[in-house]
Design a protein around this ligand. Structure first.
Ligand code: GDP
Length: 296
């Protein structure tokens, strides 16, 4: 199975190692190289520039490898910390999860994976298939449910997703589940329609669970570089987002995509999807991720 130490093959650590193989360097030379490598790891030009600008303030005119690595680690940690501070609270105690994102991002598959993640901890988990717009959406989740032995509340194709959410929440409360994960539709539509629909679902959840969904995870396909960011931005107006679920990271995703998306959305990444099987899910830990990027 994949884990953080086998993902994000990244030249950053090696670059720093190679850069300093003859000893210390002028800060200018060092930062020029670092900026280039950040961009090669898919960090946006703007963010790479911001990071190096910050490093310049922090570091003296001549630098050693260790000082650069420490300063870079601090910069990256800062980006992840800012996102976490915007969303304080302990998500691991959350009960009601709403999965949002555009079609094809991996919402349904990763809703099933998340349910399985909790079920494996011996929790009583329920899935809600509110993606009623696609013929496959609802039945795909039912298949997962059968396979994983997790109950799924479904609706007919074309049914009002609100009614599926209603029935799911009703079952969640009356049968006292520990967690419920609700998959929503991700039709490509206008931002306003999308937001209105999500808000409607949130309102229905509120009838059963006073505070509304404890978590709204935006599911984003991590393989698309700049388009990954564009995909996420579609949901930026939705104030309820609490976490990101970056999928298909088993593919070509470079580490920079992870940094960009957290910086842009100011929402922490909670999970990575790393394959098409139920167990292909990794709990995201920023420190381990940063280590992976910059430690050899
Ligand atoms: P949805 O339309 O957002 O519900 O997306 P699906 O869950 O139907 O997933 C779309 C495709 O992506 C399917 O072929 C999934 O098997 C695949 N997929 C989902 N998550 C991952 C992942 O983490 N890694 C890989 N390699 N494929 C994934």
């Amino acid at each position: 199975m994949l884990n953080l130490s086998t993902l994000f093959k990244n030249p950053l650590a090696k670059t720093i190692g190679a850069l300093f193989r003859h000893g210390s360097l002028s800060l200018d030379d060092c930062l020029q190289e670092i900026e280039e490598q950040l961009i090669l790891s898919d960090i946006s030009h703007k963010l790479a520039e911001r990071i190096t600008k910050s490093l310049r303030k922090e570091l003296p005119g001549r630098v050693e490898s260790e000082a650069v690595t420490t300063a870079l680690r601090k910069e990256l940690q800062h980006i992840f910390n800012v996102a976490s501070l915007q969303n304080p609270g302990d998500w691991t105690q959350s009960q009601v999860f709403l999965m949002v994102g555009i079609n094809g991002s991996g919402k349904t598959t990763n809703s099933a994976k998340l349910a399985y993640y909790f079920a494996q901890k011996n929790e009583k988990v329920l899935l809600g298939a509110a993606d009623t717009f696609r013929a496959a959406g609802s039945s795909q989740l039912s298949l997962w449910g059968e396979r994983l032995n997790i109950p799924v509340v479904t609706g007919e194709k074309g049914a009002d997703p609100g009614s599926v959410v209603f029935n799911t929440m009703n079952s969640f409360v009356s049968k006292q589940y520990d967690r419920v994960i609700i998959d929503t539709a991700g039709r490509v539509q206008t931002r306003e329609q999308l937001m209105r629909e999500l808000e409607k679902l949130v309102k229905i959840i509120t009838k059963f669970h006073e505070q509304g969904p404890d978590e709204v995870f935006l599911v984003v396909d991590g393989t698309m570089g700049q388009n990954t960011l564009d995909q996420a931005r579609k949901f930026k107006d939705f104030s309820g987002l609490t976490g990101l679920f970056l999928t298909k990271v088993d593919g070509t995703t470079k580490g920079g995509t992870v940094v960009n998306i957290v910086d842009e959305m100011q929402v922490p990444i909670r999970f990575l999807g790393v394959g098409e099987q139920a167990e292909d899910i990794i709990l995201f830990e920023p420190c381990a991720f940063i280590d992976r990027l910059i430690s050899e």
